[in-house]
Design a protein around this ligand. Sequence first.
Ligand code: GLY
Ligand code: MN
Ligand code: MN
Length: 438
Amino acid sequence: MTIGKQEFSRRRKALMEMMEPNSIAILPSGRERTRSRDTDYFFRQDSDFYYLTGFTEPDAVLVLIPEREHGEFVLFCRDRDPEKEIWDGYRAGPEGAIVKYGADDAFPIDDIDEILSGLIEGRQRLYYAMGRDADFDKHVMDWVNRIRAKVRSGATPPGEFLDLDHILHDMRLYKSAAEIRLMEEAGRISAEAHIRAMRACKPGVYEYQLEAEIRHECAMQGAREQAYNPIVGGGKNACILHYVENTDKLKNGDLVLIDAGGEYQGYAADITRTFPVNGVFSKEQADIYRVVLRAQAAAMEKIVPGNHWNEPHDASVAAITQGLIDLGLLQGDLGDNIERETFKTFYMHRIGHWLGLDVHDVGDYKVGDEWRVLEPGMVMTVEPGIYISPDNEHVAKKWRGIGIRIEDDVLITKDGYRVLTDNAPRTIEEIEALMAQA
Ligand code: GLY
Ligand code: MN
Ligand code: MN
């Protein structure tokens, strides 16, 4: 299961069709980053670059030049070097860029300063992701300035600079059939990882040991990287939204919140499950859990093409606020609480985000002044939560320190939605049954 060469080609063509006449687009690959001294972080390709090329090496630059006679898809990449490859691994080289990745033309990255100005020259408009990488901005200006320096000899530098993200990120928001298959797989594997963590959980286990269970299951199934740093928070740690220390011992009577998803073939899953360390929910934990679960269901009901982005969020706010009133954590009536945003003490984030090659994927949430309308092929998370601070003196002691989030990944379809992460148990009954068997 993978994205085929033809699909990468279709994407480039679609992007080029949206570009203004007589233009050129330039996109840098990701860069290797030092972890410490002479060791690097494991390299992960920049998502935009990957989306358009499938090319997974650093030190490369993609150039798209619609209607260029000698080819529209130009790739600069590291040259082959048998000596270096013995130490650092395989390289495609410009030849591989042509044969394996379908480039029309390819050059060694070391020659880019000499060649790229010539490719830009004569093009009126230049697209790139301005301001994302200061070093690259400087390179682009250098290439343009080389042309400006030659205007008296008849050279014509580009006169307009356009934001590439705007059109590219809109494309990435709509997932193709092949992308959906990969995201289903990322969801399936990650759901199994959560099941594995539930099975391994018992009082005395450390948070990092559940993280290890998640990483193991994902990696064994080909999702070698996590799509983001896993969050494993026992007890009150669950109230810290991005808790990633994962160092504490899990206690009998506490809940544990795990927010983790594997990355499969570049595509992210993003799942949160919250379950009792000892396998059985207490009365208060179950009360709050049911409110969050109802809020998730209420949000999902609003996921229908034609509804706008904020409708699921509003539905989750109403369900959580009502639930908190019913349990006595908020006072007064629903409308008044919503208006005063009292729920924000407990539910301070939004219902979700786009999901794809990045966990917080690209794509606008508003178009002009209006919330974006949901359309088939978009993938989003649905992740309501209630977090009751251990220091909240306005609520009875029995509630304090409970943090619960339930998060699933949802594909918007023609008629509604499909949950890609359904295999991870979600109801109290399912979770307790699974943990009882372990
Ligand atoms: N895991 C990050 C998030 O849920 O948005
Ligand atoms: Mn999320
Ligand atoms: Mn998450």
